[in-house]
Design a protein around this ligand. Structure first.
Ligand SMILES: C[S@@+](CC[C@H](N)C(=O)[O-])C[C@H]1O[C@@H](n2cnc3c(N)ncnc32)[C@H](O)[C@@H]1O
Length: 331
């Protein structure tokens, strides 16, 4: 299957559409704030979080730019991400097979279109392509996209199913918005943001745009770091400053998010969270394992249940996510 998701951005129309996406989102945020005031409820994080309408933090882009040639060094700065594939690839595959009930022996994800947001050098994009999915990897760091393209070109099996673009999610969502008007459908069966949300400037825009680019019933997979004392001690002090498992300065604790807060954000953007699983990294063996505790790292699977996020808000029937999904212990 050819990678049909890698169209070039249509700049003028794209900009116009992004304005429309922003307007729609601003309207929704205003309605949410209004409803919260009217109902005298505790204002949800929607109004508390930034509404800068870009996910890009220029400082983060600069940091990853300086590492763009290092992605495929399995013993280097991204060794822990290479090892994480042992958990995240089966997590994505098995949840997608559960949702979509597709059966293609050998290529189990054949027929599914996946967007890998913040793909970096394609460490996760490639194995998903090998499972048969049609994957588009995007990243705002052009040099990382160059590394990803170069590496995937080595494997002829990947050229048909994996492609990359230097782009942000919001740029893609603007194109989707335009395409939707023409065709009436979101594009992707799944969106993946693995170890990405802790690097974004605006999670509201991220969640909103994930909804925009997904089909109804499509899956969102996120792996990230919890906001706990333990994640500060192990994720920043030990991993960055003592053991140098990841480069110093990679993470900013303020940008970490707890599973509960992430679930609320997603539920208010038209998603239903299906599962949250704790993940644990062993710095001695260099291996990841599943754990009952989400106190440090976790993986989340959500399904898009509404096209229009604000309809649920207006109905006031939103329930706390923990009421209706199985989850590990939150740290
Ligand atoms: C820790 S790396 C994870 C890379 C890849 N997902 C993986 O797990 O192998 C974080 C990635 O997020 C990207 N990133 C930073 N800001 C972003 C944004 N606003 N939108 C999408 N990706 C972003 C970085 O360039 C980097 O490639």
């Amino acid at each position: 299957m050819g990678c049909t998701a890698g169209r070039r951005p249509r700049c003028r129309a794209g900009l116009r559409s992004w304005t429309a996406v922003c307007k729609q989102r601003t309207l929704w945020l205003q309605r949410s704030a209004c409803l919260n005031t009217q109902q005298n409820t505790v204002p949800c994080h929607v109004s508390a979080r930034s509404a800068s309408q870009t996910t890009v933090d220029p400082e983060e882009v600069r940091r990853f730019q300086s590492l763009a040639s290092k992605w495929w060094d399995e013993q280097g700065e991204f060794a822990a991400l290479h090892a994480m594939n042992d958990l995240r690839v089966p997590f994505i595959r098995d949840n997608l097979l559960n949702v979509h009930r597709v059966r293609h022996p050998g290529k189990p994800l054949r027929g599914l279109r996946i967007l890998d947001v913040g793909c970096g050098g394609g460490l996760l994009t490639e194995p998903l392509g090998r499972l048969g999915a049609n994957v588009l990897g995007i990243d705002p760091v052009g040099d990382s996209i160059g590394t990803a393209q170069l590496h995937s070109s080595i494997d002829p099996d990947l050229c048909e199913c994996v492609c990359y673009r230097a782009s942000t999610l919001e740029e893609l969502a603007a194109e989707e918005d335009e395409a939707e008007e023409e065709q009436g459908a979101g594009q992707f069966d799944a969106v993946i943001a693995s170890e990405v949300v802790e690097h974004l400037a605006d999670l509201e825009t991220f969640a909103f745009c994930c909804n925009q680019v997904l089909k109804l019933g499509g899956s969102l997979f996120i792996t990230t770091i919890n906001k706990t004392n333990l994640s500060y001690a192990l994720g920043i002090v030990v991993a960055e400053q003592l053991l140098h498992i990841v480069p110093s300065g990679t993470h900013d604790w303020d940008k970490f998010i707890s599973p509960v807060e992430l679930e609320r954000l997603l539920e208010s953007n038209g998603f239903s969270v299906q599962s949250v699983q704790g993940m644990l990294y062993n710095p001695v063996s260099g291996a990841w394992s599943w754990t009952d505790s989400t106190a440090i790292n976790y993986a989340l699977h959500a399904v898009k249940v509404r096209d229009d996020p604000h309809t649920e808000q207006a109905g006031g029937s939103s329930t706390h996510p923990e009421d209706h999904h199985t989850t590990a212990t939150h740290g």
